[in-house]
Design a protein around this ligand. Structure first.
Ligand SMILES: Cc1cc2nc3c(=O)[nH]c(=O)nc-3n(C[C@H](O)[C@H](O)[C@H](O)COP(=O)(O)O)c2cc1C
Length: 154
């Protein structure tokens, strides 16, 4: 059966763009013929796109101790339209934080718990000075989520 992976990404900088690119590269590397990938900015992501998804990767920055405002706006708009229909949705969370990330992780996990979504991978917090390893970690998230969908493991 065909599966859809939705990546909801807020990438306001060159580094965060690299993180998104690495997620997509990992997803492509999974060579899953039965999985299609869509990338959408949170401000553009409508409930119907989420309703059509079989798994989601959320990529957000931490700003002022919390998820990006764009990511919060997305949750605000999709929460009730999908609440009853997407329980059990597998998700992964990738955070880029200058120094912390805990406020964002706590808030997103709390919302996703309310939605009854399932965290499919340990949360990836890429914090501190930029490290090339971040792209490798993002690659693995994309690869895992795509392969997991393809193999029916998620
Ligand atoms: C207005 C603003 C607020 C920020 N607040 C935080 C914060 O509370 N915690 C944190 O770890 N990083 C914070 N950052 C850093 C961003 O998370 C980081 O710059 C962003 O993820 C982009 O990463 P990059 O600078 O490597 O491109 C903030 C950045 C801006 C512009």
């Amino acid at each position: 059966m065909h599966k859809k992976l939705l990546i909801v990404a807020h990438q306001p900088s060159a580094n965060t763009q690299q993180m998104l690119d690495a997620c997509v590269a990992g997803s492509t590397a999974a060579e899953a013929e039965n999985v299609s990938i869509s990338i959408v900015a949170p401000l553009d992501c409508q409930p119907h796109q989420l309703l059509a998804a079989d798994a989601v990767i959320i990529l957000t920055t931490e700003n002022l101790g919390y998820m990006a405002g764009a990511t919060k706006d997305w949750f605000d708009r999709v929460y009730y339209p999908v609440l009853e229909l997407k329980q059990g949705l597998p998700y992964a969370l990738v955070i880029r934080a200058g120094s912390d990330g805990t406020g964002t992780q706590r808030a997103v996990e709390s919302i996703c718990t309310g939605l009854h979504w399932n965290l499919a991978q340990p949360v990836l917090v890429c914090k501190g000075q930029w490290q090339d390893e971040f792209t490798h970690q993002c690659f693995e998230i994309g690869q895992y989520m795509t392969a997991g969908l393809d193999l029916g493991m998620l």
